[in-house]
Design a protein around this ligand. Sequence first.
Ligand code: UDP
Length: 236
Amino acid sequence: MKKLEQLYEGKAKKVFATEDPNVVIVSYKDDATAFDGAKKGTITGKGAINNQMTNYLMQQLEKAGVPTHFVEELNERETAVKKVSIVPLEVIIRNISAGHFASNYGVKEGIVFDEPTIEFSYKNDDLHDPLINDYHAVALKLATWDEIDLIKKYAFQVNDFLKKTLAECGVTLVDFKLEFGKTADGTIVLADEISPDTCRFWDSKTGEKLDKDRFRRDLGNVEGAYQEMARRLLGK
Ligand code: UDP
């Protein structure tokens, strides 16, 4: 597949056109940002790990009945995906309190919920991705009720699958963020990535953090955490 002009450059990925108007190429970078872009850095090897982990999980999710944008892995950091218009909602599922849930509500990290929670943020850099509820999302025409219902159903399916898959690797899934897209024919598919950049992973035995919190909080051994997740999930 031929890489044509760059269409977009985000914080962690670049997107290129191809000869097929319905397919684009995503190229994962080693750049890392946190706190709304205020903290910047590089995590060597991250792009390759996030690309391969995302592709592995998306292919498994397809088999489990969640449609995704995945088309074909091209090399260690580049993948062909279906061209979609991203639904401007960050969909966050939580199994255990951490991050903004803990700070917003004044509770400690590590409270295991009886059932997972879901929340949405409005993807809008100028507004700093504010929390939004489903009624407001529909009022703003970010998605229809049918699309939101489907997105919720898929997000909980992803949670069930990821929790189980990670548990088999000795990893507890704390929380994660998903993004969905709409293909040319209006189908909702899982898009973006599923990686240590977008999930919180804790070692099931020791509680050690194996995700981007090591970068956000300067915990050290950031590269090692990404490599450990690749080893456990992908065997490499
Ligand atoms: N998350 C993300 N991108 C964002 C915000 C959050 O991937 O812009 C992920 C984050 O890695 C975590 C989950 O969503 O796994 C919940 O994050 P939270 O709302 O606690 O915010 P954070 O503390 O990560 O800013």
